[in-house]
Design a protein around this ligand. Structure first.
Ligand code: NCD
Ligand code: ZN
Ligand code: ZN
Length: 434
C-alpha cells in the first residue's frame, strides 16, 4: 500500500506537553477518545495529559482510572501525576504505577486544586531530583490573583481588561522566580507551562545560563493573540495565564527562536460552549481546545517566513522529546514501523472552523482564522491514525503509554556538602565543624 506524497513534507509527529482530556470526570468537555482524535487530526503523535481531572491524578487508584480511559487513545501518551501537599508521600508509587512526570499547580486554575505550599514543593523537588523526573509547573502567584480578582469583582468589573488586571504579569514573574530558586537549589528538573509574558524571560535566560535544567513551553495563543482579541471575543478567550497586551507577542516569538523558550504546547483545555459564553467573565471557565489547531497555525507563520521549518520541528517535536526522555528512543528517529510522523501540505490554504473540531468542545477563538499549511496524514508507530485529512476510526486504542520507552537519567547531583538539602537524608547528631 503506497501513499502519494509528492510535494508534501514529512515531519516528526508533534509532541504536545500540555493537554487536558478531562477523563475521568468531565465527558461533557472532552474524553480520551475525543481529545486523542483531535490530536491525531492535528498531526500530534504523543500527548502529555494533565492531572486536574476528577478524581485528580494524585493517587494510584485515580491513575488506574485514567489509564483505563486512555486505552481508547488514538495517539501515544504520557500522564503527569499531581504534585501537591498531600501527594508528596506517594510520588514514588505513582511513578511505579506509570506516571511519566508531575505537575504542580502553583496558582489557582480549573479544578481548584490547592497550590502546593513552598515547603511541599521543595520536598517534592528534593525527592524527584535524584530520579531525574521533570515537574511541570503552572507558575502564577495565587494570593496576588485572588486578591486582585476580588477587588475587580467588588468594583463590578466583568470586562476583558479586568480579567487581565486580575492576573498581571507580576504573578508569573514572582512564581517563576520562586520555582527556579527551588529547582536550582535541589537540582530538580522543571518545565514552565504556558509561558505568557515577555517580562519573565530574563529569569529563564539567566537560570538556563547557570545550568538550571528548566524547559519552557509557550502556546500559539500567546504568540498570535492579544488583549485586543479578548475585547472582541470575551469569555471564549478567557484562560490562565491571561492573553496579554500586544507587546508580549513578538518577544515570545523571539525567545523561541533564541531558545529561551524550548517548545510549543497547546494547553488544550476544552469546556462547553455554554461554560465559555456566560455574560459575566468571572463565570466563564478558563481555557479552550488547541491540540488540533496548533500545527496549521504555526505552519502559517512558517509560511510567512517568521522561522524555518526546522525551527518548527525543534519546537514541536525535538525539544519536547528531549524534555520528556523520548529523544532517540521513540519517534521518527526510530524509523520504519516505529515512526511517529506528520505528513503536511505546506501549500494548502483553509479557514479554521470550530464546528469541524474533533474535540467535544466545539468552541474556539481560532474560528474563522485563515491558515496555510495542514497535516494530511498522521502515523503513530507506523500506523495511520489520520489519513487524507480524515480520522482513522479503527485506530482508536492504538495509542499507548510512553512510560516503557522513557529514559530520564538522574540529574546532576546537588551540592550536598554545603547543604543537607534533603530532609529525609539529614544526619542526626552534632553538626560538622569547618
Ligand atoms: C486549564 C484547564 O481548564 O484545565 N485552564 C486554563 O485556563 N489554562 C488549566 C490550566 O492549565 O491552568
Ligand atoms: Zn495551567
Ligand atoms: Zn493547562
Amino acid at each position: 500500500e503506497t501513499l502519494q506524497a509528492d510535494g508534501l513534507y514529512l515531519l516528526p509527529g508533534a509532541i504536545d506537553s500540555h493537554v487536558h482530556f478531562r477523563d475521568p470526570g468531565y465527558p461533557n468537555k472532552e474524553t480520551w477518545k475525543s481529545g486523542s482524535a483531535a490530536a491525531a487530526c492535528g498531526g500530534v503523535t504523543t500527548v502529555f495529559e494533565m492531572p486536574n481531572t476528577n478524581p485528580a491524578t494524585g493517587t494510584v487508584e485515580a491513575l488506574r482510572i485514567k489509564q483505563k480511559a486512555a486505552e481508547s487513545s488514538y495517539v501515544d501518551y504520557g500522564i503527569h501525576g499531581l504534585l501537591g501537599d498531600d501527594t508528596i508521600d506517594r510520588l514514588e508509587e505513582l511513578l511505579d504505577a506509570g506516571v511519566t512526570s508531575f505537575k504542580a499547580f502553583v496558582g489557582n486554575t480549573f479544578g481548584n486544586l490547592p497550590a502546593p505550599t513552598d515547603g511541599a514543593l521543595l520536598e517534592g523537588f528534593e525527592k524527584l531530583a535524584p530520579l531525574g523526573i521533570r515537574t511541570v509547573v503552572h507558575a502564577e502567584n495565587s494570593s496576588i490573583m485572588a486578591r486582585r480578582q476580588q477587588r475587580m469583582e467588588e468594583a463590578g468589573r466583568i470586562d476583558a481588561m479586568a480579567h487581565l488586571a486580575s492576573r498581571p504579569a507580576v504573578c508569573e514573574i514572582e512564581a517563576i522566580g520562586r520555582v527556579l530558586t527551588l529547582a536550582e537549589w535541589t537540582g530538580a528538573r522543571v518545565h514552565i507551562a504556558h509561558h505568557s509574558s515577555r517580562d519573565s524571560l530574563f529569569l529563564l535566560r539567566d537560570a538556563k545560563r547557570r545550568g538550571v535544567d528548566v524547559t519552557v513551553e509557550t502556546c500559539p495563543q500567546y504568540l498570535l493573540l492579544n488583549i485586543g482579541d479578548m475585547t472582541r471575543l470575551g469569555g471564549i478567550l478567557r484562560l490562565n495565564p491571561p492573553i496579554r497586551e500586544a507587546h508580549h507577542n513578538q518577544p515570545l516569538w523571539d525567545a523561541l527562536v533564541e531558545g529561551v523558550i524550548d517548545m510549543i504546547a497547546t494547553d488544550h483545555a476544552p469546556h462547553t460552549p455554554e461554560e465559555k459564553s456566560r455574560p459575566n467573565i468571572w463565570q466563564c471557565d478558563c481555557g479552550f481546545p488547541g491540540v488540533e489547531t496548533q500545527m496549521p497555525l504555526m505552519l502559517t507563520e512558517i509560511n510567512r517566513g517568521r522561522a524555518s521549518l526546522m525551527d518548527y520541528v525543534r519546537w514541536s517535536s525535538v525539544n519536547p522529546a528531549k524534555a520528556w526522555g523520548l529523544y532517540g528512543t521513540k519517534g521518527v528517529i526510530a524509523a520504519g514501523a516505529h515512526a511517529d510522523i506528520a505528513i503536511v501540505d505546506l501549500a494548502r490554504e483553509g479557514v479554521l472552523s470550530e464546528g469541524k473540531l474533533h474535540s467535544v468542545s466545539k468552541i474556539s477563538p481560532w474560528n474563522g482564522r485563515v491558515v496555510k499549511g495542514y497535516p494530511l496524514h498522521t502515523l503513530v508507530r507506523g500506523r495511520f491514525v489520520m489519513r487524507d485529512g480524515r480520522l482513522v476510526e479503527e485506530a482508536a486504542g492504538w495509542g499507548q503509554s510512553v512510560k516503557g520507552v522513557q529514559r530520564m537519567p538522574a540529574s546532576r547531583p546537588r551540592n550536598v556538602e554545603s547543604y543537607t538539602s534533603n530532609i529525609l537524608e539529614t544526619p542526626a547528631g552534632v553538626p560538622p565543624t569547618a
